[in-house]
Design a protein around this ligand. Sequence first.
Ligand SMILES: C[S@@+](CC[C@H](N)C(=O)[O-])C[C@H]1O[C@@H](n2cnc3c(N)ncnc32)[C@H](O)[C@@H]1O
Ligand code: SF4
Length: 309
Amino acid sequence: MFSNEIYYCEPVYRPPSEAYSLLIQATEGCTHRCTFCVSNWGKKYKVRAFDEIKRDLDTARRIYGTRVEKIFFLDGNAMSMPYQNLLEITHYAKSLFPNLKRASLYAHSKDILNKTEEELKSLADAGLKMAYIGIESGNNDLLEAVRKNQTAEDVIAAFHKCFKTGITPSGTIILGLAGRNRDLSVRHMKDTADLVNRASPVHVVTGKSIPPWYISCLALMIPEGTPVHKDTVSGKFTPMDSDEILYEMKIFIENISDDVSHCIFRSNHASNYLALEGVLRKDRDKILGIIEKNLKDKSDIRPEFYRGL
Ligand SMILES: C[S@@+](CC[C@H](N)C(=O)[O-])C[C@H]1O[C@@H](n2cnc3c(N)ncnc32)[C@H](O)[C@@H]1O
Ligand code: SF4
């Protein structure tokens, strides 16, 4: 008798664009401890054994048949899995689901840098087509303060490596990460725009068409149990309000250069005060117009109680 239950190590988080994907627990927790992130605290990092993952994939095959088109490998940084394990589960998933269009996962920039170009190419060929990478900020002081364990240069190198190997990178930026600190907030946004300008595929992909890539903004949430929550309660950290967050997004968009093209920009994650979508740099003025309007009339601002992670 087979069980019809797929194992999850709760709570699980996935990007908004993976809402209809089959979620498969490949790792548990995360190898990092960023001060703002809830997905690591309370979970012990673990790479699940192939047999356990295989059992869940087999169960999903029995439940959904061959309908599955997208798979998202949980957890916080599933790209940290050893190359062979990741290749094996991607191959197995593809063998069960012939209609699979892509497998994807969360990846810390260093998980990508720790794999060779050949390994990343093989993973992409096997079906691992997208990596969600936490940029958070392009400002190295802020990255250090939030214990991100990466620099802007690491993120740029990781994006370039993805473009060269056929993995689509999707980067997330956290608005409000500097808290109510005007000087750091401006540096946060200018340096983040600079990082995105330098991460653009135009710097590494030559002789063929520029691939689409993704940049999303999230707005800082203060989850209980995290160091940023402790600092907020003690008064050491003051969160920004919706106007300040919008103003940060404005600085970011204003500083995007002509180097950026084919970049799908979104702020549709539930943490945001203002949901936007456009293509950078093409739609820069349109996006800025909507931000300006909402700074004045707040007509599209999401109420605080609707925000979430
Ligand atoms: C579950 S994490 C996985 C990302 C991946 N481990 C990495 O670091 O590159 C996904 C993203 O959610 C965002 N995030 C996590 N905690 C957040 C918070 N408290 N407020 C807003 N965004 C947050 C960050 O952008 C983070 O990179
Ligand atoms: S943001 Fe990413 S790297 Fe940092 S703790 Fe969360 S899951 Fe891990």
